[in-house]
Design a protein around this ligand. Structure first.
Ligand SMILES: Cc1cc2nc3c(=O)[nH]c(=O)nc-3n(C[C@H](O)[C@H](O)[C@H](O)COP(=O)(O)OP(=O)(O)OC[C@H]3O[C@@H](n4cnc5c(N)ncnc54)[C@H](O)[C@@H]3O)c2cc1C
Ligand SMILES: *[C@@H]1O[C@H](CO)[C@@H](O)[C@H](O)[C@H]1NC(C)=O
Ligand SMILES: *[C@@H]1O[C@H](CO)[C@@H](O)[C@H](O)[C@H]1NC(C)=O
Ligand SMILES: *[C@@H]1O[C@H](CO)[C@@H](O)[C@H](O)[C@H]1NC(C)=O
Ligand SMILES: *[C@@H]1O[C@H](CO)[C@@H](O)[C@H](O)[C@H]1NC(C)=O
Ligand SMILES: *[C@@H]1O[C@H](CO)[C@@H](O)[C@H](O)[C@H]1NC(C)=O
Ligand SMILES: *[C@@H]1O[C@H](CO)[C@@H](O)[C@H](O)[C@H]1NC(C)=O
Length: 562
């Protein structure tokens, strides 16, 4: 079936409406001879090449690419396609029904790991346009939604290099995809060509690393496709057990010119700085990264639910200054407040209790005695296994978020409570994470990564979730997006102007995203982006240098606004 679809790549296809061949044309200094000029909503655009455009590569070019990437080129069909007789995609129609495959995808639709292993599925399906869901009626039509059309399942750095070069030469929209977890839809793209890096699964531990930044000690090198739970498990099996948090030493990265480079504190230091927090898919494709590891510590945890809304004050700053990490949900899961868990790394149960006592006192004062579960573990890893809840794929919702600064809690406490009430009464709910991203880090090191400097003073990070059906009419989707941006998140950023947005859990259409994500680091990041990707090979929404790029025609064609 796949080969059948692929043969349509060179078949007779409609030239997209309004698209004109212009060869060569130089758009805003980008070197490419392959732009597609178009109009949308009264504006003029120069767009990347999509199936049906004059500049979409022909069958021979694709076959040649397939050889270069070791036969790892695939035509991508939406995962639910086997449940439908017909998939109507931009490469043409295909007959896709297969009862066994349909049963498998139906049974696994909410299984996170199943979706991760697919070449290009999005776990948060609102962003796929919730198209082609596994269905019981095969006579409905499966459409592409916001899925890509072609994927390279890269197995070696050379495959990534070939993929980048091919995208650059042919002006294709290039998407990098690892697990498809992205809440902002950045590992999806209508009609795009994907490079999937999930096969890079090597991990290598060492106890004697000498980093370019001066660090000496234990570290681990992980391939781009390694998931945290895997590397944590391997680290835990070491003697003594290790844990890891943060990038320290080096990246191997392939930049837009197709060159495999090392980025660390000495070599390509600007790229190293940008890769740490500067936004995904903006500076290169990461092949592997090296992280510092730490000896694991005995840890204790607490969890409880409260069914009456309450917020306590000073506890926030007090918690994070004591090194706690707290995960909580507000306004969902049948509980008004779900604390699950409160984590004290390196703390005994008695030490954790002592930190939590002011909160318990506050709760008792308002007539609540929560039923608390306390547990003690010999490592943080064991706590993580036992107390963190598992996650699912296949949900449809719009996510946003904001963080709250230390100063905001101190100065604007009641406004923050009102903002929480606004969020919940708007029919949205929140997932909160209290911890201090600057805890234990000397201020002099705050600018060692491109992360917004305001992030280091954050005491609570919130994900906001606005439920909306993935197949809702466009007007309803626009209303949900507007509610997220202008009501829910607006309440939070108005009340907490010292906060910022977290790049992985935020509104894709965050207003003033440059400042929200990067603060005063943005100008430097923009310069680094222009240096390393002068021709706009990479794209992900709201990342450095994408100011004039838009996904036009209801979120499909990626175009540069003229
Ligand atoms: C159910 C669920 C739970 C989540 N829980 C958490 C959480 O607890 N904490 C948290 O921080 N986040 C969480 N997230 C968000 C998620 O971790 C982030 O979106 C993260 O960026 C996913 O990275 P990925 O590479 O696995 O995913 P992808 O979706 O594959 O990629 C994310 C972005 O990175 C780019 N990218 C992928 N691979 C590479 C590469 N090799 N080189 C360069 N760029 C690349 C992609 O192009 C995309 O822009 C959650 C998401 C979901 C859906
Ligand atoms: C790429 O080559 C492999 C191995 O020859 C083949 O199985 C696969 O179908 C090819 N991909 C496409 C899109 O033609
Ligand atoms: C996405 O879904 C909406 C309905 O929610 C539909 O109107 C629109 O055409 C779809 N877009 C694509 C690209 O499939
Ligand atoms: C709550 O915050 C206010 C304002 O900062 C402060 O006056 C009050 O003492 C705090 N209450 C508690 C219980 O800490
Ligand atoms: C908690 O666990 C640690 C490590 O296993 C152990 O040393 C300590 O005695 C335990 N404390 C309690 C109160 O159980
Ligand atoms: C406090 O919050 C209110 C309401 O959102 C906002 O208007 C105000 O600017 C905030 N004040 C400070 C000092 O942050
Ligand atoms: C942070 O460091 C980067 C890289 O060294 C530099 O370009 C940038 O200007 C610095 N930003 C601030 C706010 O100091």
């Amino acid at each position: 079936m796949r080969a059948g679809v692929f043969s349509l790549l060179c078949g007779v296809l409609l030239l997209a409406q309004g698209a004109t061949a212009q060869d060569p044309v130089s758009v805003a200094g980008f070197r490419s001879s392959r732009w597609v000029l178009s109009r949308d909503g009264g504006s003029k655009y120069a767009c990347k090449c999509y199936p049906g455009d004059y500049c979409w590569p022909n069958n021979g070019q694709w076959q040649k690419l397939n050889k270069t990437v070791g036969g790892n080129l695939q035509v991508f069909l939406p995962p639910g396609a086997p449940c439908y007789n017909t998939f109507k995609g931009p490469l043409g129609d295909a007959q896709t029904y297969n009862a066994d495959k349909c049963a498998t995808v139906t049974a696994n639709w909410n299984n996170e790991q199943f979706q991760i292993e697919l070449p290009a599925a999005g776990l948060w399906i609102y962003l796929t346009n919730d198209t082609c869901r596994p269905a019981t009626s095969p006579s409905n039509t499966c459409t592409l939604g916001y899925y890509p059309v072609v994927v390279i399942m890269a197995k070696a750095a050379a495959h990534i290099q070939a993929g980048i070069n091919f995208a650059q030469e042919n002006n294709l929209q290039l998407i990098i995809r690892n697990t498809g977890h992205d809440f902002l839809g950045r590992s999806l793209g209508w009609g795009a060509r994907v490079i999937n890096t999930h096969s890079f699964q090597d991990t290598k531990f060492t106890n004697a690393w000498r980093g370019a930044s001066g660090y000496k000690g234990s570290a681990v090198t992980v391939g781009a496709g390694v998931q945290a739970f895997d590397v944590l498990k391997q680290a835990n099996a070491l003697q003594p057990p290790k844990v890891m948090v943060t990038g320290e030493c080096a990246f191997k990265v392939i930049t837009a010119d197709g060159v495999l480079r090392t980025a660390n504190a000495k070599t390509n230091a600007d790229l190293f700085w940008a890769l740490r927090g500067g936004g995904p898919a903006a500076f290169g494709v990461i092949v592997e990264a090296m992280y510092k590891t730490f000896d694991d510590k005995p840890s204790s945890g607490v969890m409880f639910d409260i069914d009456t809304t309450t917020t306590t004050n000073a506890t926030l700053i007090h918690f994070v200054d004591n090194g706690l990490y707290v995960y909580y949900e507000l306004g969902t899961m049948g509980h008004n407040l779900h604390m699950h868990p409160i984590v004290g790394i390196g703390k005994t149960p008695a030490e954790l209790d002592a930190v939590l006592q002011p909160m318990y006192d506050d709760l008792v004062a308002i007539g609540i005695t929560p039923s608390v579960t306390k547990q003690n573990f010999s490592t943080f890893y064991d706590l993580y296994q036992a107390m963190f809840e598992s996650e699912v794929a296949g949900n449809s919702a719009l996510t946003g978020g904001w963080t709250i600064g230390r100063e905001d809690v101190a100065n604007n406490h009641s406004a923050i409570i009102s903002a929480f009430q606004t969020v919940v009464s708007a029919g949205s709910f929140m997932i909160g994470h209290m911890w201090s991203a600057g805890h234990g880090l000397p201020q002099a090191e705050w600018n060692n990564s491109a992360v917004n400097p305001r992030f280091r003073n954050v005491v609570d990070k919130l994900i906001t979730i606005v439920p909306v059906a993935g197949n809702a009419p466009l007007a309803d989707k626009a209303a949900a997006q507007s509610k997220l941006t202008n009501v829910v998140d607006a309440a939070l950023w108005n009340a907490a102007p010292n906060g910022c947005a977290y790049i992985n859990e935020a509104d894709p259409y965050e207003p003033n995203w440059q400042n929200a994500f990067w603060g005063n680091n943005y100008p430097a990041l923009l310069e680094i982006r222009r240096k390393w990707d002068p021709n706009g090979v990479f794209y992900a929404v709201s990342t450095p240098g994408t100011e004039n790029w838009e996904q036009t025609e209801t979120g499909t064609r990626l175009c540069f606004k003229l």
